[in-house]
Design a protein around this ligand. Structure first.
Ligand code: FES
Ligand code: FE2
Length: 432
């Protein structure tokens, strides 16, 4: 914004001086700051700023954030006699959580979007019950260590400095190597004891996300998200992203991938009437990948999108979705690609990030249509948010035959829990 304002002032100053010297605006020969010149200058600043903002809004990246009250609890205004925050807290408190599975399954989880961490930058992240310092070294490689310094407990990520491929604590300057956490320097000590070390975590950057390997048994990664999604992404342009937080169990969200019948009810009529069918299967050789292949048929080919592109006149559209473990999901709509990260930031709180890529990136029409597509994806997902945030977890649901993909999905998902997977430990209800 500051940058746009400076450009507007410069353009307006040049424009106003050109107009006054060329006689386009009336000015007295010995005065520069006459009223007409100043008015012209002011108008030009406003106009340049508006044009710049409109250009940025249309051609720049589009991003927005969910609102918990509006999206999850349908509380837009404060309920009578309460603040909006109290109303939301009341909704959360009154909910029956149910017999939920462990809260942090094993797998790769996004801790940040890649672009959120520049070289030599450090960020504090709290997720999966871990307190993490995430930093990008001079080489561009990302490292994840425990946030708290083993010396006297300062948070390495808040005020800590990246030195090469190491991080220096902001308190007494102890410096830790990113790849193995070993302390390599204590400025005021004669010797660095061998045992001084901060815990490190496996990190893998893929598909625009910095991912952390979480395993309750401390096992090394047994799989990695497939690289071929990156090849697909490289042929496309990034439209933008949205982020939202939802209070629910991680499985409530991922289970959507097996739940074909909900598509017609929750995602059916928002934009146009459509009828979904689909299957859920486990990848042939990679058991951590769950595949949902669905398609929908529109009842009416005259929908809002068909005015923008013949592609949307098609009666039938296929959607191919790959869920890689419990944290990453790639949804291929035939043209656009939605890259989704789901990260438990608390036992019953999930951070969701949706990044949209499109092969159509050139021109005004595509710039607008892509943004609308991203916004409508969000509207479609709002339907899920409100269900996820208010449901209970049933360990023995009553199914009908057509729910078999959900049954298969639950079976598939159970592989991500192991003996020591953390369980939900609510505080004693009499303590509040
Ligand atoms: S607390 Fe980190 S160096 Fe002292
Ligand atoms: Fe859904």
């Amino acid at each position: 914004m500051a940058h746009r304002l400076i450009v507007s002032f410069v353009v307006a100053a040049l424009g106003a001086s050109f107009m006054s010297t060329s006689g386009l605006i009336a000015s007295e020969s010995n005065k520069i700051f006459t009223l007409p010149v100043l008015v012209t200058f002011g108008l030009l600043v406003g106009l340049t700023y508006l044009v710049g903002s409109a250009y940025g809004a249309i051609f720049g990246e589009y991003y927005f954030y969910g609102d918990e009250g509006r999206d999850s609890y349908l509380i837009r205004k404060a309920p009578a006699g309460m603040t909006r925050e109290t109303g939301i807290a009341e909704m959360k408190r009154s909910r029956k959580v149910g017999a939920i599975p462990p809260v942090y399954p094993n797998g790769w989880f996004a801790v940040l979007r890649s672009e959120e961490l520049k070289k030599m930058e450090t960020k504090y992240v709290h997720a999966l019950g871990l307190h993490l310092a995430v930093f990008r070294g001079e080489s561009g490689k990302v490292y994840i260590t425990d946030a708290y310094c083993p010396h006297l407990g300062a948070n390495l990520a808040i005020g800590g400095k990246v030195k090469g491929e190491c991080i220096e604590c902001p308190f007494h300057g102890w410096t830790y190597r990113g790849d193995d956490g070993k302390c390599v320097k204590i400025g005021y000590a004669e010797k660095v004891p061998d045992f001084v070390k901060v815990d490190t975590h496996q990190c893998h950057e893929i598909a625009g996300y910095i991912c952390l390997w979480f395993h309750a048994e401390k096992e090394e990664p047994s799989w990695f998200p497939l690289q071929d999604v990156e090849a697909k992404m490289s042929t496309m342009g990034k439209v933008g992203f949205f982020e939202a937080y939802v209070e629910c169990h991680v499985q409530d969200i991922i289970e959507n991938g097996g739940d074909i019948p909900h598509l017609n009810v929750v995602h059916g009529p928002q934009i146009y009437d459509k009828h979904y069918t689909g299957t859920f299967e486990v990848h042939e050789t990679k058991k951590h990948i769950g595949i949902t292949a669905s398609s929908f048929v529109r009842k009416d080919s005259k929908n809002i999108w068909s005015y923008f592109s013949p592609e949307y006149k098609k009666q039938k559209r296929e959607i191919y979705q790959e869920q890689h473990g419990p944290g990453l999901c790639f949804v291929d709509f035939g043209k656009e690609l939605l890259v989704i990260a789901n990260t438990p930031v608390g036992p019953l709180r999930q951070k969701l990030t949706y990044v949209l890529y499109s092969p159509f990136t050139k021109g005004l029409k595509n710039a607008i249509v892509n943004k609308l597509r991203l916004y409508f994806s969000f509207l479609a997902l709002q339907g899920d948010f409100v269900i996820w945030a208010n449901k209970t977890y049933l360990s023995k649901p009553q199914y009908v035959k057509e729910d078999s993909p959900t049954v298969a999905h639950r079976r598939w998902f159970s592989q991500f829990y192991t003996e020591h997977s953390p369980r939900y430990n609510p505080p004693d209800p009499l303590q509040w």
